[in-house]
Design a protein around this ligand. Structure first.
Ligand SMILES: [Ca+2]
Ligand SMILES: [Ca+2]
Length: 330
């Protein structure tokens, strides 16, 4: 209990001291909660800061299985960031904490060792709080702050190697362009209002969708996932790799495909008949209604059924950008 109090006091003192000497505003830190992890995990937080500012991020232990020694390495872009100081947390007594010299460039090592202990340390929570400064000329962007534990230096009271999952963090400097899904081919339409993506092709594979039709505005910061076959109703999500959060979600529309298999053919015609007769209904929302509207009036009715018949008979094709049909007999 005494140890914890002492460490907490030290952190507060370190904070007071740091705020006292720096006139700049500290960036805001965010990090996950224990509920996010079920395995032994060490996480480094994320923060937002402006160029020239300093910010703090914690290193946090979750689900500690019991150790007497652990060593982690923090990596960052030394041309933009300097590690100014590291304050020990409440995880282990200050006497057991051995940190690299600061200020420091990347990588920076922190270890905690209680080799003479006859029992495992099972503490969780803040292991250390790191203070970084951002270069005055740092360009806006999202920059990874990597965390790894050092294999061979992390073990329990029986000197058995203990392994952890590690979660890296990031610092967002300034106001970088938001991550977005962009069209590669100029046929592609990203409809932000209705959250639809169309202007594709029938029978597309996931591989071709991601290599020829849609991509990420900054592929170093995110990636795209799709919920199933490239057909109407498939959900495309943009994942921000620095936070692992969903940054945007859209539904695919393949005009003429209301079965969702990505092809407009006789099956869609069979499905459309009772819908036009109003004895069956399309799923709620704009996605399938858009796919079934081949006349551009926002409704699925008898005119569209006529167009669908001609498509199924391979007399007319569908322009996947406009959703309108065209003659293919000539
Ligand atoms: Ca279909
Ligand atoms: Ca229509």
């Amino acid at each position: 209990m005494k140890m914890k109090l002492k460490s907490k006091k030290l952190i507060s003192l370190a904070l007071v001291f740091a705020i006292g000497v720096c006139s700049v505003i500290f960036g805001t830190s965010v990090f996950g909660s224990a509920a996010d992890y079920s395995d032994p995990t060490i996480e480094i937080g994320s923060a937002h800061a402006e160029a020239g500012e300093t910010f703090e991020i914690p290193i946090v232990m979750y689900n500690n299985p019991g150790i007497v020694a652990v060593c982690v390495s923090v990596t960052f872009d030394s041309s933009l960031l300097t590690l100014e100081s590291a304050a020990n947390g409440s995880f282990m007594d200050d006497a057991r904490a051995i940190f690299g010299k600061a200020p420091s460039s990347s990588p920076y090592k922190l270890s905690w060792e209680d080799g003479l202990s006859t029992t495992n340390n099972v503490n969780n929570g803040t292991m250390a709080v790191l203070t970084f400064s951002v270069d005055e000329n740092a360009p806006s962007g999202v920059y990874e702050i990597g965390l790894s534990y050092v294999v061979g230096s992390t073990f329990d009271v029986d000197l058995t190697e203990v392994s952890f999952d590690t979660v890296s963090g990031s610092v967002t400097i300034g106001s970088p362009e938001p991550l977005s899904i962009v069209g590669i081919k100029n046929t592609v339409v990203i409809d932000e209002e209705n959250k639809l993506i169309y202007g594709l092709e029938q029978g597309l594979t996931e591989e071709r969708l991601f290599s020829e039709f849609i991509g990420v505005s900054d592929s170093g910061r995110g990636h795209i996932e799709i919920s199933g076959a490239v057909g109407t109703g498939a959900e495309v999500t943009l994942i921000d790799d620095t936070t692992n959060d969903e940054a945007a979600a859209y539904n695919i529309v393949i005009f003429g495909d209301i079965t969702g298999n990505g092809i407009a053919d006789g099956e869609d015609l069979i499905k459309m008949k009772p819908i036009v007769a109003q004895t069956a209904f399309l799923p709620e929302g704009v996605v399938f209604k858009t796919a079934g509207d081949l006349t551009g009036d926002g409704k699925v009715e008898s005119d569209d059924l006529l167009q669908m018949k001609a498509v199924a008979a391979q007399i007319r094709g569908i322009d996947q950008t406009t959703g309108l049909t065209f003659d293919i007999t000539t």
